[in-house]
Design a protein around this ligand. Structure first.
Ligand SMILES: Nc1nc2c(ncn2[C@@H]2O[C@H](COP(=O)(O)OP(=O)(O)O)[C@@H](O)[C@H]2O)c(=O)[nH]1
Ligand SMILES: [Mg+2]
Length: 296
């Protein structure tokens, strides 16, 4: 598992090579710390997070700290940034409804399918709702995943009210006593209604129709856009229901360092990372494991 995460992070590891080179340069602590901030920013960690990490390193390491002490301290700081908002567990008792939200192309539909596969493996009764009614192909894409995973999908018609699709899906979820309902939503909408209002409406429908269900809303962010993931996410923070982040496409990008920028700036826990296009390519996010895979 660890070895495969290391492989999947090959691109991002490349971006962190400068950080490693500095640590192993044999230079004095001062020189290393001076170069480190820039190296972290170049690795897409983000200016605020890089600043905070350096400040901690300066206070927490000894004046004559060597390579090992600096490396250990850096790993601790990176893990601390990534652990800033510990995640609520996605798998508590009782039924759960999980909304996938985020911009088009970020990986919502694929991540919904990956989560469906994951929960199914755990023996849960899983359903999906195709509430992205903006693109006709979006419903079809989820239906195909449903067929492949043998998970029922409730669809609406192209242009239908997403809240109405979710209403139908919740009725059938209750009737069949499902454990997890994954709701794929649109990154854009047909009507003039604001997307965030639309999501609030979907959330209200779930709360009203299935008050016993835990509601989780995962913001799906594409790691390949690097720092822009933070910019993208800000709009979605207007939606009141967010409980966590899925950072996708961490494989094959040099910008996985964006995980640190996202964690530092959004006050939301990263719960999963996407590391490929297949149904098994989703890892539960562990800050320690991520940092060790990145820098060792
Ligand atoms: N390499 C890689 N590709 C991904 C990942 N997640 C999604 N994708 C791809 O990104 C594209 C957009 O994903 P999709 O789920 O349709 O995005 P949506 O518009 O937010 O629903 C598709 O081609 C997916 O196969 C990932 O973790 N790794
Ligand atoms: Mg989609």
């Amino acid at each position: 598992m660890f070895a495969s995460l290391r492989e999947k992070l090959a691109g991002t590891r490349g971006a962190f090579r400068k950080v490693e080179d500095l640590l192993r340069s044999g230079k004095r602590r001062e020189e290393i710390l001076d170069g480190l901030e820039e190296a972290l920013i170049l690795a897409d960690v983000g200016v605020p997070a890089a600043g905070r990490i350096l400040e901690s390193l300066r206070t927490k390491t000894r004046k004559d700290a060597g390579q090992d002490e600096l490396e250990r301290a850096l790993k601790d700081e990176l893990a601390a940034v990534l652990s800033r908002c510990p995640g609520r567990s996605a798998d508590g008792p009782g039924p759960a409804v999980v909304l996938m939200v985020g911009v088009n192309g970020g990986g919502k539909t694929t991540s919904a399918a990956k989560l469906a596969a994951r929960f199914k493996r755990e023996g849960k009764k899983v359903m999906m709702a195709a509430a992205d009614t903006f693109r006709a192909a979006a419903q079809e894409q989820l239906a195909l995943w449903g067929k492949k995973l043998n998970v029922p999908v409730v669809k609406g018609s192209y242009g239908a009210d997403p809240a109405a699709v979710v209403f139908d899906a919740v009725q059938s979820f209750k009737a069949q006593q499902g454990d997890v309902l994954l709701v794929d939503t649109a990154g854009r909408i047909h009507t003039n209604t604001n997307l965030m209002n639309e999501l609030e409406k979907v959330k209200r429908v779930v709360a009203r129709e299935h008050p016993a269900a835990r509601l989780e809303s995962l913001l799906v962010l594409d790691a390949t856009v690097g720092q822009n993931a933070v910019v993208q996410a800000r709009e979605f923070l207007k939606f009141s229901g967010l409980t966590g982040i899925v950072l996708t496409k961490v494989d094959g990008t040099a910008k996985g360092g964006a995980a640190l920028a996202v964690a530092a700036e959004l006050d939301l826990p990263i719960k999963f990372i996407g590391v490929g296009e297949g149904e098994d390519d989703l890892c539960e996010f562990s800050p320690r494991e991520f940092v060790e895979a990145l820098l060792s």
